[in-house]
Design a protein around this ligand. Structure first.
Ligand code: 6R9
Length: 600
């Protein structure tokens, strides 16, 4: 643990929402936090889209800017809260007209265009369930998630539909309607023009009664084995989105907030759409790709005040402008509006925190959370000291613990009990006490894996952490084989399964190999079938095959051939051992290894 602390001794420009951590925790209650939201009139419940949009549209914030979408070509579409309320109502009417109702899944496969925001919030108004998909997924992951979510509707573009969905449409009988964003003249066979439908729809919509526990969002996350898990979130998650943005990001209505995460990931939903709108702030969205100049330009031109990004993105900025200088590039932009920079998704090294302090003039505040937690759980708060390299401390209302681990690296749950480690410096699996409003309500259609995520009254995160004597948490690693690449979780099983569909592949084992920019890159070890040679052509062919099926976000970047992958006695590929060998680390406990070769 690095010893240096960044002290917040200069008074911040705005008085912060949280400056006395202990006081804020002691006086916090979720009951009180709930009262910050309005609820539907007449006690008809709590609806996320009402809180995020219509509530503000009914006040003098109707003319405040809710959303600024920067297109690839730098043109900007601006929607006020009033505009957003009307556009989302039109989308809700479109769904109703199509006979899509309460609880039915509406998937989005879109970049950060205005229609994404209106589809998400319009679905919530109609009490449907939003299932955002990442547009960099290939056809296999998209089809699998559409099937697992039992999606009734998909909102996408003609191009993405042709490339990623059309070829598998017959295998998706549950998918009734595909709504195409963009020019109505380009509406592929079997789809409907969303533009044509919304043009005819009324722009006022009465939100039906919505129970706080009604399902609102379905986010897929990757596990070690099996299919992706669909984490279910409900409307009252709004309370945690609001609270976490209030405390951890110090958000307020006059902020201009930019979250760089793709809306297909939980960060791009909870903080790229919901939390800032719940606060009545302005959301900046960029449709373009990462580029240092472009990003500085957006920060400057849009007068961004709070910026939420990821270590991968920061590392790319660090490459163009090292901390040792010169700072010409960032210095040529006016970043004076910026008052907070925060990060999530993977460990943020102390260097990243200090780079922010020196180059942007603001240290980067690390935050920790997961798809399952729905909102930030642990953070370096805006106005509190920062310990570079630490995830920070639990938010008010969040009870965290470090649990003793068993032989498999996960928390020891033998006899249905866990052991909470209390001593300073304790290292173990991070656990959270269920009860915060954005906690996932289970993995869809998967009671088994849902149950396995809880033990003895705790939710088990799968992350190994250390807690220092003052209660700061430090990330140590993941307890399982799931790979974090460029901030996104990649399930090794999904990649292995795709590779095994190639005729040359007998078996595959997938690991994350540390990478200076992406955090980890996906690397596959492949055993070839007899008759196939481990040549550069085979490698190229496999890489291209995987990329076509899985898309660039998930496909392996490297493939090694290995005639004997290590197995457990129960026949599982030992990814942990592949990784240790790759990195030259100690091989650890090999009691589970099936030894096929004669020793010596
Ligand atoms: C929001 C999100 C969750 C996993 C999590 C952990 C890793 C997230 C982190 C971090 C170290 C941080 N992670 N934030 N690791 N420091 N500040 O990322 O959700 O995609 O579900 O990933 O990401 O391993 O368990 P998700």
């Amino acid at each position: 643990m690095p010893g240096e602390t960044i002290r917040k001794d200069t008074p911040p420009r705005v008085p912060p929402h949280l400056d006395d951590y202990d006081e804020a925790c002691a006086s916090f209650s979720w009951e009180q936090a709930r009262s910050r939201l309005q609820g539907l009139p007449g006690g008809r419940g709590l609806n996320l889209a009402h809180e995020a949009v219509d509530r503000h549209a009914a006040t003098d914030r109707a003319t405040a800017v809710a959303l600024r979408c920067v297109r690839r070509d730098d043109t900007v579409t601006t929607l006020t809260y009033g505009d957003l309320s009307r556009a989302t109502s039109r989308f809700a009417h479109v769904l109703r007209t199509l006979g899509v109702g309460r609880g039915e899944r509406v998937a989005t496969l879109l970049g950060r265009c205005p229609e994404l925001y209106t589809a998400v919030l319009g679905t919530l108004k109609n009490t449907g369930v939003v299932c955002p998909l990442f547009s960099a997924f290939g056809p296999d992951p998209v089809a699998q998630r559409l099937r697992l979510s039992d999606a009734r509707v998909l909102v996408t573009t003609a191009e993405l539909y042709r490339r990623k969905v059309a070829g598998r449409r017959t295998r998706l009988p549950g998918l009734r309607h595909v709504l195409i964003v963009g020019d109505p003249a380009d509406t592929p066979q079997g789809t409907l023009s969303l533009t044509a439908l919304t043009d005819r729809a009324a722009d006022d919509f009465t939100i039906p009664p919505t129970a706080p526990g009604d399902m609102a969002l379905l986010h897929f996350t990757s596990g070690t084995t099996g299919t992706p898990k669909g984490a279910v979130h409900v409307h009252e998650a709004a309370v945690a989105h609001w609270t976490s943005a209030y405390y951890a990001l110090d958000l307020r209505p006059d902020d201009v907030f930019w979250c760089t995460a793709d809306p297909g990931w939980v960060t791009g939903m909870s903080y790229g759409i919901l939390a800032p709108l719940l606060h009545g702030a302005t959301v900046v969205a960029d449709e373009g790709d990462y580029d240092a100049r472009r990003w500085y330009r957006i920060l400057a031109q849009r007068r961004v005040t709070v910026w939420y990004t990821a270590p991968t993105a920061l590392r790319m900025l660090m490459r163009t402008t090292p901390r040792t200088g010169p700072y010409d590039l960032p210095a040529s932009y006016d970043l004076s509006a910026l008052r907070l920079v925060a990060s999530v998704g993977e460990p943020l090294n102390p260097e990243g925190v200090l780079w922010g302090r020196d180059v942007l003039g603001l240290p980067v505040h690390d935050t920790w959370w997961q798809t399952e937690t729905g909102a930030i759980m642990i953070a370096n708060f805006a106005a509190c000291d920062i310990r570079p390299g630490s995830m920070g401390r639990p938010l008010p209302g969040v009870e965290a613990a470090v649990l003793r681990r068993g032989e498999d690296g996960r928390a020891d749950t033998s006899g249905g009990r866990v052991t909470v480690l209390r001593e300073p410096g304790a290292e173990g699996e991070l656990a959270l006490r269920p009860g915060w409003p954005s906690m996932f309500r289970g993995y869809l259609h998967d009671a088994g894996r849902t149950a396995a995520a809880f033990a003895d009254g705790w939710y088990l995160t799968g992350d190994v952490v250390r807690r220092d004597a003052d209660g700061w948490y430090w990330f140590v690693g993941r307890a399982d084989d799931v790979v974090k690449s460029a901030g996104h979780l990649v399930g090794p099983f999904e990649v292995e399964s795709a590779l095994m569909e190639h005729p040359a592949v007998a078996e595959a084992g997938v690991i994350g190999r540390p990478d200076p920019v992406a955090g980890n890159v996906v690397k596959a070890f492949v055993t070839l079938r007899p008759g196939h040679e481990p040549t550069p052509e085979t490698r190229r062919d496999l890489l291209a095959f995987a990329r076509r099926r899985l898309g660039p976000a998930v496909a392996p970047r490297e493939i090694d051939f290995d005639p004997h992958l290590p197995h457990t006695r129960s026949g599982k590929v030992m990814r942990r051992l592949l990784r240790a060998r790759e990195l030259g680390l100690p091989e650890g406990d090999l009691s589970a290894l099936e030894r096929t070769e004669t020793p010596g």
